[in-house]
Design a protein around this ligand. Structure first.
Ligand code: GLN
Length: 480
């Protein structure tokens, strides 16, 4: 008997390779635990009757993994947590799904999310909200809240999410796990249901940086099926795990530590700086002056792209159809009853921003702001190798707290959306707990295609601290 819930993915794979643990039993146990815990958490949309076992080999062979339900797994329902896709089955595997199979991981199910990834709390799901394992009255963050909660509750050692404006990093922070958005173009988006095509990236959730590095090795690389996926050489991300932070310059962008930052989050971040400094890194102040325009520019660009991408859901080609006499009515009724309130809000917002007469004033203007934000980062990276910021302005909020106020919900993305606008990689990792026992997340932002520095710094931090090892009480040890 082994307590598989406290093990990292790498350790689990090692025990499987050494025949200390049986791969089939591990997959079955993870799926059974997921089904049992889901009554409280609702982090899965489906746990498959049998895990889908890949044939290939890697340092993660045999490790259970769960995929956000906007990533295609051939022959399985693909819902995006939307009624409009009910009854739809993915006809092919996403490239990341193929890669996971080729690396021998076992896919145990699909996770809950905000509908079409619109949201910051995983409350906009037609399958009901996901709960935060640290306090089930609170949100797990969003939109990949199901994947973050599943890893936090140790139902699976790792999961995939997608991040358009923060949807991996923000729930990672609120659930106390590691969540990375790689550089735009680092991971293929083929088979990911598009939200904002110039912003979307798939990335991993894990409990630690070692597993994160291994999973990146599996996921990253050029793909002829996605023309935006870069043909940049992929390093072995595990090679830098023990490189340490000695000599590294860490930029502290002053705009991220302004008024409105929760005092406990601020205090936790100051301690992170001390941990890095004690290991020989140098922390220097930097400035990203256009940060305050990021949320506004992001919501214009993301909604514009979403309104365009969501046109394909017309009641004819995918999922649910409301039968009516005329084609126009089929479109209207199918979309009207299939999309939830937030999806409709994004479609209205995006259509408005792209309509003639407003296009220049909103969309083109937002693109110009995007260029300024990208330049801010280029400038900051002449002074620092990596930037350290809080991931979110506050820890997990209560369920229902922001659902009536979309603007408040949108402001949850103040610290995360810039990295998507600039296309640079960023990761959130746990760096403390509030007095109420809620996790606090720190964010490292790197240069384009320099995920290695994020892993190097993040792993150095985890070698000197134990925040990542803490597990919510109710979700403690379980054995196979
Ligand atoms: N919260 C942001 C939004 O609602 C980001 C979502 C995401 O990254 N998918 O658009």
């Amino acid at each position: 008997m082994k307590e598989f819930t406290e093990m990292s993915g790498v350790k689990l794979a090692r025990l499987i390779a050494e025949h200390e643990l049986d791969e089939v039993q591990v997959g079955t146990a993870s799926a059974a635990r997921s089904r049992a815990m889901d009554a409280d958490l609702n982090c899965f949309i489906s746990v498959y009757p049998q895990p889908i076992k890949g044939e290939g080999d890697s340092a993660l062979r045999g490790v259970p993994v769960a995929l956000k339900d906007n990533i295609s797994v051939r022959g399985k329902p693909l819902t995006c947590a939307s009624k409009i896709l009910s009854g739809y089955t993915a006809p092919y595997d996403a490239t990341v799904t193929v890669r996971l199979k080729q690396a021998g991981l076992q896919i145990i199910g699909s996770t809950n999310m905000d509908e079409f990834a619109f949201g910051s709390s995983t409350e906009n799901s037609c399958y009901g909200p996901t709960a935060n394992p640290w306090d089930t009255g609170r949100v797990p963050g969003g939109s990949s809240g199901g994947s973050a909660a599943a890893v936090a509750a140790r139902l699976v050692p790792c999961a995939l999410g997608s991040d358009t404006g923060g949807s991996i990093r923000q729930p990672a922070a609120l659930c106390g796990v590691v969540g990375m958005k790689p550089t735009y173009g680092r991971v293929s988006r083929y088979g990911l249901v598009a939200f904002g095509s110039s912003l979307d990236q798939i990335g991993p959730f894990t409990t630690n940086f070692e597993d994160c590095a291994h999973l990146l090795n599996v996921l990253c690389g050029a793909d002829p099926r996605d023309s935006t996926c870069a043909s940049v050489a992929v390093p072995d991300f595990t090679a830098v795990l023990n490189s340490g932070v000695k000599g590294l310059t860490i930029g502290i962008p002053r705009e991220y530590y302004a008024d409105g930052l929760d005092s406990q989050v601020r205090a936790a971040l100051e301690e992170v700086q001390e941990v890095f400094a004690a290991q020989g890194a140098r922390c220097v102040p930097v400035s990203l002056p256009h940060t305050r325009y990021a949320v506004a520019a992001y919501y214009i660009i993301a909604s514009s792209e979403a309104s365009s991408n969501l046109q394909r859901f017309d009641g004819i080609r995918y999922g649910r159809r409301v039968p009516r006499d005329s084609l126009g009515e089929v479109y209207g009724y199918s979309r009207g009853s299939g999309f939830g309130a937030e999806s409709k809000r994004r479609i209205f917002l995006g259509t408005y921003c792209l309509s003639s007469g407003y296009y220049d004033a909103y969309y083109i203007r937002a693109l110009k702001v995007r260029t300024l934000i990208r330049r801010d980062f280029e400038q900051a990276f002449t002074q620092a190798d990596v930037l350290l910021t809080p991931t979110t302005p506050a820890p997990a909020f209560l369920r229902g707290e922001k659902t009536g106020d979309p603007l408040q919900m949108y402001l949850s993305d103040v610290f995360t959306s810039s990295a998507n606008l600039a296309g640079v990689p960023a990761v959130s990792f746990p760096c403390g707990y509030t007095r109420e026992g809620l996790p606090v997340g720190a964010q490292l932002i790197g240069r384009a295609f320099d995920e290695e520095t994020l892993i190097r710094a993040g792993n150095a931090y985890q070698q000197h601290t134990a925040f990542h090892a803490r597990i919510p009480e109710k979700y403690g040890p379980e054995s196979v």
